[in-house]
Design a protein around this ligand. Structure first.
Ligand SMILES: [Zn+2]
Length: 219
């Protein structure tokens, strides 16, 4: 997932302490863009989460994520059709709702999502594979998600708000789904630079505070 327009690389830094050390074995990978077949297929389950091969893919994804300045990346976005997601959630991007927590860099192998309740809400999303655009997408407001770690152990979390949204966005990539395919109102889809200056449009596509001082809507 991309930071919203205005959130540049400078104000959403990676937590350097949580990522792999740079080494000459790392590589910045090319990002696949909407229309490329790798983004539109169901990615394969990772059968050996603890293998050197899996760790190598993850290292390259982390370096790529840092280079492009995104919040999250799924392996199909770098032309690798495997069920791997890396993401982090800076405190500045999380809301005040329940379970909308910030998270340090998280590496998920074979993640699975379980919606907790049927409630959905609209909010804006951007995607490294859909450059320059943003759209307002309905997502479950509360989910439980679980995954396998690189050491083979299992983890799970309950997430709400932007946290839940980001995980749903990334895991959709593993099933060949890009956020425009989840949209129901294409009036709420546009070039980021234009959309961000259109306050009424921003507000109508956001589940957040309708206050004019709302940072995202006003930026
Ligand atoms: Zn994306």
């Amino acid at each position: 997932m991309n930071p919203k327009p205005g959130n540049t690389r400078e104000n959403v830094p990676l937590d350097a302490g949580t990522i792999f050390r740079h080494s000459r074995h790392m590589a910045i990978l090319k990002i696949a863009r909407m229309g490329h077949p790798v983004l539109h297929q169901v990615a394969a389950k990772v059968t050996e989460p603890t293998s050197a091969d899996t760790a190598s893919v993850v290292r390259n994804m982390l370096e790529t994520l840092e280079d492009v300045g995104g919040l999250g990346l799924a392996a199909p976005q770098v032309h690798i059709s495997k069920r791997i997601v890396v993401f982090f959630l800076p405190a500045a991007r999380t809301g005040e709702g329940p379970n909308d927590s910030s998270e340090k860099l998280t590496v998920m192998i074979n993640p699975e999502i379980e919606p907790l309740g049927a409630e959905k809400e609209l909010d804006w999303e951007a995607c490294l594979s859909v450059p320059d655009l943003m759209g307002s997408v309905p997502r479950y407001t509360k989910i439980k998600y679980r995954w396998t770690n690189l050491d083979g152990t299992q983890s799970d979390r309950v997430a709400g708000g932007f946290h839940a949204r980001a995980v749903q966005h990334e895991c959709d990539h593993l099933d060949g789904i890009l956020y425009p395919m989840r949209m129901e109102d294409f009036k709420l889809f546009g070039y980021s630079k234009e959309t961000h200056m259109n306050y009424d449009l921003m507000r109508s596509g956001s589940a957040g505070p309708k206050d004019a001082t709302d940072e995202e809507a006003a930026a």
